[in-house]
Design a protein around this ligand. Structure first.
Ligand SMILES: C[S@@+](CC[C@H](N)C(=O)[O-])C[C@H]1O[C@@H](n2cnc3c(N)ncnc32)[C@H](O)[C@@H]1O
Length: 236
């Protein structure tokens, strides 16, 4: 049984407790990440030679209960989604909630997919649970299953943001978390053979209106957001 199997029943409640001071529910943070991903999917699809003819094959590594998956429906996202995690009971919940998504369980090192199976692989709030000695191999493995020219995307807590630190400190399942700075992640991306890493910070305010969503996007360069997203290409 993995750490997250143990937290399965209380997972959402623990997060809600840790973020209560922000005045926003967990879904506010999930939707901010979904907006970023939908934007990336749309850009990648517009650059495909086949145009909008085929869905993108996307892998969510460490998807947990698949909380973001309802925000990435195939008709809106243009993707065919696979989720994978090391926690089997959590994946059972994800399967029950998201019948459109294919889910797998693995042991945490070797993804059970052929090389070059996906257009994009992403991992949200996973690397800080992976031991630092394994960070590079985690990225190498993500890159292995992505097609040349495709993207690996990591979304992580920003350790520079004091409110993020407060949330991590008060979340029981983050006790062993080791947060990564975005500069550190950019170096790891390059060490894993990924090219041209692009960074965007997200979640600058706790306000949930289109105006503040646009403000969030325009501030993406400022290293103070609660979380950051980094995307880099697998060399062509
Ligand atoms: C904080 S949860 C994030 C879940 C989901 N990505 C989200 O944003 O809601 C971290 C997840 O990473 C998973 N995990 C930890 N180590 C992993 C590994 N080596 N490979 C895949 N998943 C892993 C845990 O089981 C857990 O479900």
């Amino acid at each position: 049984m993995t750490e997250f199997d143990q937290y399965r029943d209380g997972y959402s409640q623990q997060i809600d407790n840790a973020i209560a001071f922000s005045g926003q529910p967990q879904d506010f943070f999930t939707r901010a990440k979904a907006r970023y991903l939908l934007d990336v999917f749309s850009t990648v699809r517009s650059q495909l030679k086949e145009g909008a003819l085929r869905p993108l094959d996307v892998l969510d590594i460490g998807c947990g209960q698949g909380l973001i998956h309802p925000h990435l429906p195939p008709e809106k996202s243009g993707i065919r989604l696979t989720g994978i995690d090391v926690a089997g009971t959590v994946i059972e919940e994800a399967r029950a909630s998201n019948p459109d998504v294919h889910y797998d369980v693995y042991e945490g090192t070797r993804l059970p997919y052929q090389d070059r199976s996906f257009d994009i692989a992403y991992a949200i709030a996973v690397m800080h649970h992976v031991p630092p000695d394994d960070w590079k191999s985690f990225l190498v493995e993500a890159a292995r299953v992505v097609r040349p020219g495709g993207l690996v995307i990591i979304i992580e807590h920003n350790p520079v943001n004091p409110l993020t630190q407060k949330i991590v400190r008060s979340c029981p399942f983050d006790q062993n978390a080791v947060l990564l700075h975005s500069g550190q992640l950019a170096k790891l991306f390059r060490a894993a053979g990924l090219v041209d890493p692009k960074r965007q910070f997200i979640i600058f305010t706790p306000f949930d209106t289109p105006f503040f969503h646009r403000l969030d996007t325009s501030l993406g360069w400022l290293p103070l957001g609660a979380q950051y997203c980094m995307a880099a290409h697998v060399p062509s």
